[in-house]
Write a protein of this length. Structure first.
Length: 588
């Protein structure tokens, strides 16, 4: 049967109209050929209403389906549905939809969707399965450039999940996502919200993780995972790549609380880099816990330093690093700076090469007794590093070295902003200093070996202070005192002077001198000692007084001791013991 012109039909709650009609009585198939409009009236409960428009519409009553073609638009309750073509499957009495197949430029939009509910679905093709009431969506399969959006609070943008294929399960209310899988080109987008920055995750595979209450509480993403967020002002991308990622969501998938990365984890943010076998990231706190495996420990690197350890906790802002077990780090001088060790690679020496730049010009310093164009190595049991103030605290069996210069201590503190260093507990150091021969004027590097309870190096003063049971063996001789200060030249590491305080004993060139205070001037190889009294023993000659001045390798002593100076000679067996005890071993 054919009918041109305007036509209408009705059957129970289903009605339609349009222009032109065909009807196959044997198959009981009705087609409206143009300007089709289909309506499904509300049921006795006031639900199930549907209005649709399309280029044409076909109703197959025996097979219980309604086919809409050409620019299909459907409005039912608070949902708007669009596609190029649609097939709707009906109940036997044609009162409700059981399923809907959308083909070509498909979308389902929910008006005024509450926060945390499914706001929209878009894909090339969408298959929808309805609950028994024909209203609530139980399941949706999206294929081809697929995307869903979870509604945000009020007018805030929602969270978006995209992929070539998405499989979505919904709760009994038909709006809350309870299961979610994605395949090929998966992407999750979380917009900025309050203090939380915008975040996104891409991968090949996504599998949602429902909680005990049936809601979606997390997801696992695998294969070529990339996590990205924008932080700081101006915004800088923070990127983490891994083989797999497990996410935990807040209620309604409103945000991410924790992210656990596994398999070849790599972090990038500006000059900051980190690698690990696994990493747990508390996104709200910006804290990442890094662990290694049997093949490699985790490590963190930026322009200032590199850290390797068995366990690392990284606070990305700063950055701040807490490392434990088998800690090994490398402190890196600022790139492009000239320093005591020479010009930076690729630069020509300037007239000031080899001299320290003014403190205001430096962003990063190594302790001044080290070359600032070479890295400094440190090992310890633990490390607490704060990049915001460029301060590193090494604890447990600390060892810092560069070339032949070494500092050992139970604790070593390095301040790269000031260039200061402090070591505490069983301190032992070997510092390479320059010495000018008084006769030949030849400049050479010689070791100064020291032991003490505490070493405190002040870079601005160019002073290394050893306190408590201090002992220093170097160009000045073998010096023991409660406190010893070693001063270096401002332009280089040439030894300028040495100061000894309280219970001072000096052994040098066959002499033994004791007193309360010692000053050694390297340029003149001059020793000034004070005490009550000062005593010097040399070749069985003992000289005492309140002040003594003598010179290295020169048999001349100046005495000013309120006329109490006396010189006496003692024979062999009764001569005071001026022998030198073994010098402290070099730090290694």
């Amino acid at each position: 049967m054919r009918a041109p012109g305007p036509v209408t039909f009705s059957r129970a709650r289903l009605t339609g109209r349009g222009v032109g009609m065909t009807y196959d009585r044997n198959r009981d198939v009705l087609w409206i050929l143009n300007q089709a409009e289909i309506a499904l009236a509300p049921d006795e409960k006031g639900t199930g209403q549907l209005q649709a428009t399309a280029g044409k519409a076909g109703l197959a009553r025996k097979e219980n389906y309604l086919r809409l073609e050409q620019d299909v638009r459907i409005h039912r309750d608070n949902r708007r549905i669009q596609a190029d073509n649609t097939v709707g499957y009906l109940t036997e009495d044609e009162s409700h939809l059981t399923a809907l197949e959308l083909r070509g430029r498909s979308s389902i939009e929910t008006e005024a969707a509450p926060a945390g509910s499914l706001r929209s679905m878009r894909a090339r093709d969408i298959n929808v399965k309805y609950a028994e009431d024909g209203e609530r969506i139980e399941h949706a399969l999206l294929v081809g450039e697929s995307a869903i959006e979870i509604a945000g609070e009020g007018q805030k943008p929602g969270r978006r999940v995209a992929g070539e294929l998405l499989d979505v399960g919904l709760s009994a209310d038909g709006t809350t996502v309870t299961s979610l899988t994605g395949r090929q080109g998966v992407r999750l987008d979380f917009p900025a919200d309050g203090t939380a920055p915008p975040r996104s995750v891409t991968a090949v595979v996504l599998d949602g993780a429902p909680g005990r209450d049936g809601t979606l509480t997390g997801a696992r993403l695998t294969d070529n995972v990339e996590y990205r967020e924008l932080v700081g002002t101006p915004p800088v991308p923070r990127i983490v790549r891994a083989r797999a990622l497990d996410l935990k969501f807040t209620a309604g998938m409103a945000g991410i609380t924790d992210a656990r990365f596994t398999g070849n984890v790599r972090l990038e943010e500006g000059e900051l880099r980190a690698t690990a076998a696994a990493a747990t990231y508390g996104v709200d706190r910006g804290v990442m816990e890094l662990t290694g495996d049997s093949t490699a420990p985790p490590n963190v690197t930026d322009a200032r330093m590199r850290v390797d350890a068995r366990h690392i906790v990284l606070t990305v802002e700063g950055p701040k690093i807490v490392a434990k077990e088998a800690v090994r780090s490398e402190l890196r001088p600022e790139k492009g700076k000239e320093g005591r060790g020479g010009p930076a690679r690729g630069q020509k020496p300037s007239p000031q090469a080899g001299k320290r730049a003014p403190a205001a010009d430096e962003e990063l310093k190594v302790p001044g007794f080290l070359a600032d164009d070479q890295p400094v190595n440190v090992t310890a049991d633990g490390l607490d590093y704060d990049g915001s103030i460029s301060r590193a605290v090494y604890t447990g069996n600390g060892r810092l070295w560069q070339g032949e210069s070494v500092v050992l201590g139970d604790t070593i503190i390095v301040d790269s902003r000031s260039g200061n260093l402090k070591a505490e507990g069983s301190v032992r150091s070997t510092l390479m200093v320059q010495q000018t021969d008084a006769k030949t004027k030849e400049v050479k590097k010689v070791p100064t070996i020291a032991t003490a309870r505490v070493l405190d190096y002040d870079d601005q003063a160019r002073r290394a202070t050893y306190t408590t049971d201090a002992r220093l063996n170097g160009p000045q001789g073998d010096l023991v005192a409660l406190k010893i200060e070693l001063y270096l030249g401002m332009d280089d590491n040439e030894l300028e002077r040495v100061e000894g305080y309280e219970a001072v004993t000096l052994r040098e060139s066959g002499r033994t001198a004791t007193g309360d205070r010692l000053s050694y001037l390297a340029a003149d190889e001059q020793y000034d000692m004070t005490g009550i009294p000062v005593r010097i023993v040399e070749q069985c000659r003992e000289t005492t007084g309140r002040t003594l001045t003598f010179y290295k390798a020169v048999d001349r002593i100046l005495v000013d001791g309120q006329q109490i100076t006396r010189t006496r000679t003692k024979s062999g067996g009764n001569c005071p013991d001026a022998s030198r005890p073994s010098a402290p071993a070099a730090a290694r």
